[in-house]
Structures are given as C-alpha cells and as structure tokens.
Design a protein around this ligand. Sequence first.
Ligand SMILES: NC(=O)C1=CN([C@@H]2O[C@H](COP(=O)(O)OP(=O)(O)OC[C@H]3O[C@@H](n4cnc5c(N)ncnc54)[C@H](O)[C@@H]3O)[C@@H](O)[C@H]2O)C=CC1
Ligand SMILES: CC(C)CC(=O)C(=O)O
Ligand SMILES: [Mg+2]
Length: 355
Amino acid sequence: MKNYNISIIKGDGIGPEIVDEAIKVLDAVSYSCGFSLEYKEYLMGGIAIDVTGEPLPNETVQGVLNSDACLFGAIGGEKWDTLPRDKRPETGLLKFREAMEVYANLRPAIIYDELVNASTLKPEVIEGVDIMIVRELIGGIYFGKPRENDGFKAYNTMVYTKPEIERIGKQAFELAMKRDKRVCSVDKANVLEVSQLWRDTMEEVARDYPEVELSHMYVDNAAMQLVRNPKQFDVIVTGNIFGDILSDTASMVVGSIGLLPSASTGDKTAIYEPIHGSAPDIAGQGIANPIATIESAAMMLRYSLNEIEAANKIDTAIKKALKDGYRTKDLAAYDAKEVVTTSEMGDIIANYINK
Ligand SMILES: NC(=O)C1=CN([C@@H]2O[C@H](COP(=O)(O)OP(=O)(O)OC[C@H]3O[C@@H](n4cnc5c(N)ncnc54)[C@H](O)[C@@H]3O)[C@@H](O)[C@H]2O)C=CC1
Ligand SMILES: CC(C)CC(=O)C(=O)O
Ligand SMILES: [Mg+2]
C-alpha cells in the first residue's frame, strides 16, 4: 500500500478547527482509495511563539522539507500583534514560504452550482465562473528591502527581477494551456516601474505560448472587473500583494472566503492552505467553514501525490453536501436545509466520500 508523509501545521485561531476537518476527510478518502497517510505535526505562528519563542522553528522547516506535502491552516491573532515585526506570526509565515521557495500560489475561484445564490452577483453574471489566480508568493513588496518604520517615516520596497517574473509567468501560461488559454496579467504599469518590467516580461514569456491569448489590466480596474463580469477571466497572473487582495475579492464573488483553497508550489515541498486567515473573531465557536481547507487537501492529492481519484472524490463529496443543503454559518442564508458546525460539515463530507 502506498504511504505518504504529510506535514501538518494547524496554526492559530480557526487553524486547528479547519485542519482537523480536512484530516477527517483525508482519512476517509485514503481508506477508500487504498493508500495511507502518515501525519506529523509542526508549529508555526502564534502557537510556535508561545511554545518555542520563535514564529518559525527550524524543526518545522526541516520537517516540511522531508515530507511529501504540507497541509497548513492559518496563523496570527491580536495577542501577537504588538511584537516586533520579525517576531510576529506573519513574519514566520513569510519566512516559511521563502524557505520552501513556493513562488507560485494557485488560488482557484470556482462557483459551485449549489451556491449561485450565495454570490454577491446576479446568477447570470456568476454562473460558470472558473478563475485561476496565479499569485507570485515570495517576492514583491512583502519581501522587498529596504523596509523601515522609524516612527516618523516608513517605507517598503516593491522589487521583482526578470527571472522571478519569468518563472511565475511560465506557470500561468502552462496552466492556461490546460484551460481556456487566456492569461490576464494584472499590474499597475501606468505608475510603477516594477509593473512595467512585469508587463514587458509577460509579453516575452507569451511568445513561447502562441496559442494563449495574453491581456494586461491595471489592478484597480481588475478589482472592479472581478465583480462586474468575472467570467471574462480564465487565468489571472499577478504579483504578491495584488494577488493577495484580488483573491479575497474573488472569494466573495463565489460566495464566501471559507470556500477558497490554494496550492503554494515551487520546486520543493508544496504547501496547501486556505486563502483566508486565522479568523480570530470566530475562533473556537465551531462556525468556521472548513471547505476551503478540505478543498486544499484535495489539491494536495491532485498536485503533490497524484491521487486524482481521491481528489475527485473529495470534490464530489463537497458538492453533495452543498446540494443536500448543508451550510456553515457563513452560507446559512443561501438555500440552507440545515445549518451545521465546522465539525459536522467535516463529518458529512467524510461520510459522503463513499456514497
Ligand atoms: N495564511 C494565513 O495564515 C493568513 C493569516 N492572516 C492573519 O489572520 C488574522 C486575521 O486576519 P483577518 O484580516 O481578519 O482575515 P481572515 O481571513 O482571518 O478573516 C476575515 C473575515 O473572514 C471570516 N472568515 C475567514 N475564514 C473563514 C472561514 N473559514 N469560515 C467563515 N468565515 C471566515 C472571518 O471571520 C473574518 O470576519 C491576522 O492575524 C492576519 O494577519 C490573514 C490572512 C492569511
Ligand atoms: C500574512 C499574509 C501575508 C498572508 C495572506 O494574507 C495571504 O497569504 O493571503
Ligand atoms: Mg490574504
């Protein structure tokens, strides 16, 4: 029987709640498809600070590097917000992504037929939406130096090199080749030098993909177009901060931030994580939507473990749970037959794996 080593980072806030549900579903699907998963848990974020004094213990990096794939919840919370920047949970996460060299963050935003009414948009605008946001994850303004805040003047630096843009561009075009062959590159080239390099480099990458149509859009317009007519997008490729913001917007286009999964990939171990944060406002209440994390686990099976049948089974089980009217609180107003807790939603999806 095939056995995979999975590193688990639950993190803070709702992190442990949602990751536990994804593990429940992974256990059901691995049993059903005849492979096994061995989990090892590692610390990152606020919990790691509390236990070890560091937001990213070295053991976590080594453990994840030695695993086949990593499933991650979320980190952060008010308790750690007053720490110096380099000691904060978010810095641990950024350092983690950098250490794993996961430069490509794939964030699919797909409307479930069962949740068309949950979208903030009209059904005719939302039906059939299937967007892949390809966000550059280890460069740009979140990482650029110099960065400083001396209490009077503060600055950050947005930097991209041509090779960094080329590698994320190639990822976007490769994905587009398997989809509708359209890439929209989002930047702010009317104002930023770094965006001009981004745009010019995307044009160069596009020459190797003559079948793919490349368009460019300024990020302010892209934010508007996402809610005006999301179906115009197939693959969106963009930098770190723009992708961060646009994917949260895209989540409400398809109904809830609790629905959007992601894969953070590079040449080492990939990390699978929901796009949302640790949601301290709802932590411990059993109302978080675990679907984004469960779907991230499905992406892990598909991309890192090549267990396609198992990934498809998770997709089908999620759709069945939604079709049968089960909703967590975030979606309670939309065609709910029964409003369920985080843990009940995990149970329902796990039980539907073999039905
Ligand atoms: N990848 C990560 O670990 C991330 C961590 N963060 C951190 O998370 C903390 C909270 O940040 P926020 O800006 O509040 O963003 P957030 O994404 O945690 O929450 C934003 C809003 O969405 C809701 N929400 C999020 N996930 C949900 C789910 N699964 N089901 C139902 N509702 C959900 C929350 O209750 C909140 O009202 C901060 O410390 C932030 O730095 C933020 C984004 C990503
Ligand atoms: C701490 C942030 C950089 C994480 C975030 O908002 C994200 O990756 O979506
Ligand atoms: Mg974000």
